[in-house]
Design a protein around this ligand. Sequence first.
Ligand code: IDP
Ligand code: MG
Length: 152
Amino acid sequence: MVEGVIERTLVLVKPDGVRRGLAGEIVGRFERKTLKVVAARMLTITPEMASRHYAEHAGKPFYPGLVTHITSGPVLALALEGRSAISVVRLMVGATNPQAAAPGTIRGDLGSAVTPNLIHASDSPASAERELALFFPSGDYQSYTRLDAEFA
Ligand code: IDP
Ligand code: MG
């Protein structure tokens, strides 16, 4: 099997995840998987930023609640790097509805509701590029070697 290429993806620990004190647990799962944190930022998303981030969902019934939630408190934004990082992170996040998310996934293990479902992760290379530019406009990603790099 061919090794995946190194990709970069955006993760947000949503306000419910931060308020529940699960940011460290979530970052730890990605670190243990050998994904590399190359940028991190704690911020409160403005309504304007929320509408850009979630533009694809505008007009859907859950959209107003989604924007209310994502702007309701601080999020932890992470840029993660690793082999096939975009699909690996989505697998680790699990299905949108925590009741349907597989055990072992972040939502499956820790989530209980659909709108406050702990975490956002980019769903494709195009989304990752767009979302990373929104949260890390300087593009200042850190470069370092993990001690477990032989597995990365
Ligand atoms: P994803 O986060 O798994 O990629 P999306 O379909 O992109 O899921 O939806 C974005 C977010 O909108 C979800 O994470 C969840 O917070 C919220 N959401 C999606 N579908 C519903 C729904 O049917 N009811 C309530 N909230 C929803
Ligand atoms: Mg999505």
